[in-house]
Design a protein around this ligand. Structure first.
Ligand SMILES: NC(=O)c1ccc[n+]([C@@H]2O[C@H](COP(=O)([O-])OP(=O)(O)OC[C@H]3O[C@@H](n4cnc5c(N)ncnc54)[C@H](OP(=O)(O)O)[C@@H]3O)[C@@H](O)[C@H]2O)c1
Length: 290
């Protein structure tokens, strides 16, 4: 039976991808820092009549990564698909994010993903096959104000994955990227995080940040209400016979991915600025003034 390991499966895309892969016949291991948080995953499994096994994992701690891979090897003996999905995002303009806050995002989204990849590769090499699905973001291709360090982590994931795709492809190990647009998951609600300085009510960039965030929320609920699309997109990237390097998922991500290829760069960047820049959007300018 083919085996998949999905990091960050306590909520959001990781949970949905784990359930979808189990539905498609994979033996799935879903990881979370604290297995006490497995309630939502268990409920989703019950509804879908599938089983996902839970392993504890903090991608920022090497001993935790080693223990997770050891447990997987003992239980399943193989790893066909690794979904590097665990991630965090801190909102706030760059000047309002401390060095520690920036590093925390890199530790999870970039170095955690690299460490998991490094730990999984020996098993895939032994088998002579495997697939690594890295969950990036359309923010890994389009820089978004209010999320500069987060976008930087996802740009790093894009470059890393593209290079790895070439390094490993000829050895039977495929690397693909899933690039979701904005979807309502816990990252915007229960797991929502704002840099300390960006949350200060009297901060000089606070109004612009809040207005931009609000615009993204409204857009998200309007364009991409159903995060299941991403769970299915991850499963597609994990199972498609001849995988593509990139899978943009969501109306916003697909539009951006086409537009940046078709439009002259200057026009594309102007449009992105119009879309996000509070000064250029009348209703956001009104919030700024307030
Ligand atoms: N939602 C969006 O609009 C969106 C768009 C583009 C890309 N993404 C990306 O999609 C991925 C999943 O995000 P989501 O939207 O599904 O958010 P989410 O519901 O908040 O899920 C994030 C998951 O990451 C896990 N996690 C965080 N830090 C971890 C660590 N140090 N070690 C292990 N696991 C950790 C969390 O698990 P525990 O806290 O339970 O350990 C949680 O299960 C992230 O990489 C995110 O950047 C999201």
């Amino acid at each position: 039976m083919k085996t998949a390991l999905v990091t960050g499966a306590s909520s959001g895309f990781g949970l949905l991808a784990a359930v979808e892969l189990a539905r498609q016949g994979y033996r799935v291991f879903g990881t979370m820092r604290s297995p006490d948080k497995r309630g939502a995953l268990d409920k989703a499994c019950l509804e879908a009549l599938v089983q996902v096994e839970v392993l504890p994992l903090d991608v920022t701690r090497q001993p935790s990564i080693d223990a997770c891979l050891r447990a997987l090897k003992t239980k399943a003996g193989r790893l066909d698909v690794l979904v590097n999905n665990a991630g965090i995002a801190l909102g706030g303009y760059f000047e309002d994010q401390s060095d520690a806050e920036v590093r925390e995002q890199f530790d999870t989204n970039v170095f955690g993903l690299m460490a998991m990849t490094r730990a999984a590769l020996p098993l895939m090499r032994e088998q002579g096959s495997g697939r690594i699905v890295n969950v990036s973001s359309i923010g890994g291709r389009v820089g978004t104000p209010g999320l500069a360090p987060y976008c930087a982590t996802k740009f790093a994931v894009e470059g890393f994955s593209e290079a790895l795709h070439h390094e490993l492809g000829c050895d039977g190990i495929e690397v693909t990227l899933v690039e979701p647009g904005t979807f309502p998951t816990d990252i915007f609600f229960g797991n929502r995080r704002t840099a300390v300085a960006a949350a200060r009510p009297d901060g000089p960039r606070r109004a612009r940040f809040v207005a931009g965030e609000r615009a993204v929320y409204d857009d998200m609920l309007h364009r991409n209400p159903d995060p299941k699309r991403v769970g299915e997109g991850i499963a597609r990237a994990a199972t498609e016979k001849k995988p593509k390097l990139r899978y943009p998922v969501g109306t916003d991500a697909q539009t951006a991915s086409w537009a940046m290829r078709l439009l002259p760069a200057r026009l594309w960047h102007f449009l992105v600025g119009q879309r996000f820049n509070a000064k250029a959007v009348p209703e956001l300018a009104a919030v700024n003034a307030g």
